[in-house]
Ligand binder design. Structure first.
Ligand code: NAP
Length: 291
């Protein structure tokens, strides 16, 4: 039997709807949630992500302070802008779109954002709080994955979750969230040093692919009945599209869906959840301001 296709688009739209309601109430109380999105350069994928975030801000009724900077922006200039945004009390969240041009040290930039405005959840203080289970801004994509699992009623308690990828923005944090007591999965993290990847992924009740390589997870790597979460967003050439490319995930969707119990599509799976959870974090950041 074919897997249930998880409608991340619909679930994200429900989350955004709730955020919009709470935003309206906050605005009434005199706090107008505002996110500053900083984009350096014109990387097409980054431009498209930033545009999506701006659209979502408008939709949930939040203020959008977009700052688009040329590729030639220096690290010092960028750090100065962040400092100004840190001090600006009308800005509740700051997001610097990654990756940054090579001449700018990403770590320095992440460290420069005030932890209480770090709605991406990438600052070491927020990461540390996540590790020790204290309240913090959760990184949006990993948090979105946990919400998808929850809303779909996919049992995590006692499940074996295998995460392929150990990046700071997806693989590591989603592994930590899956292993939290309230989620209670047993987690295995795989990476390029993993021997016989397929033998491990085949043990997964929940398989999270955050690899960044098109269709690297094939049907023979998936256990029958597994829930498969595809984080990958890969552009592959496609002459039939006006843009000249198609988006595909890290999972061979067509074949894996015949084996899995649940699967997220690409696009309209994990991607929209990332933006919805970002809106939720901005709301949280602005709510802190109220008290
Ligand atoms: P990343 O920083 O490049 O990390 C990729 C991870 O995959 C690394 O840990 C790497 O291992 C591992 N890996 C690569 N090839 C492998 C292989 N053949 N076998 C096993 N492990 C392998 O990527 P990322 O930032 O986590 O992003 C992953 C994907 O998710 C990308 O396609 C990205 O565009 C997408 N993404 C989507 C969203 C969304 O909202 N949907 C958000 C963020 C990212 P090593 O550590 O050993 O190198």
């Amino acid at each position: 039997m074919s897997a249930v296709i998880i409608d991340g688009f619909k679930i994200a739209s429900d989350v955004r709807h709730l955020v919009a309601e709470k935003t309206a109430a906050l605005v009434k109380s005199g706090v107008y949630p505002c996110l500053a999105v900083v984009l350096v350069g014109e990387n097409p994928a980054s431009v498209s992500y930033v545009t999506g975030k701006e659209k979502a801000l408008a939709e949930v009724g939040m203020k959008d302070r977009s700052i688009r900077l040329p590729e030639s922006t220096t690290e010092t200039e960028l750090l100065k802008i962040i400092e100004e945004l840190n001090e600006d009390s009308s800005v509740h969240g700051i997001l610097v779109q990654l990756p940054l041009p090579k001449h700018i040290d990403e770590n320095k930039v992440i460290m420069a954002i005030k932890p209480e405005k770090d709605v991406d959840g990438f600052h070491p203080i927020n990461v540390g709080n996540l590790v020790i289970g204290r309240k913090s801004f959760l990184p949006c994509t990993p948090h979105g994955i946990i919400v998808l699992l929850k809303i779909m009623g996919i049992k995590t308690d006692g499940a074996h979750a295998v995460v392929v990828g150990r990046s700071n923005i997806v693989g590591k944090p989603v592994s930590l969230l899956l292993a939290r007591r309230e989620t209670n999965a047993t987690v295995t993290i795989c990476h390029t040093g993993t021997k016989d990847l397929a033998s491990i992924t085949r043990q997964a009740d929940i398989l999270v692919a955050a690899v960044g390589k098109p269709k690297v997870i094939t049907a023979d790597m998936v256990k029958a009945g597994a829930a498969v979460i595809d984080v990958g967003v890969n552009r592959i050439p496609d002459d039939t599209k006006k843009s000249g490319f198609s988006l595909v995930g890290d999972v061979d969707f067509e074949n894996v869906k015949e084996i899995a119990s649940y699967i997220t599509p690409v696009p309209k799976g994990v991607g929209p959840m990332t933006i919805a959870m970002l809106m939720q974090n901005v709301l949280e950041a602005a709510t802190q301001w109220q008290s």
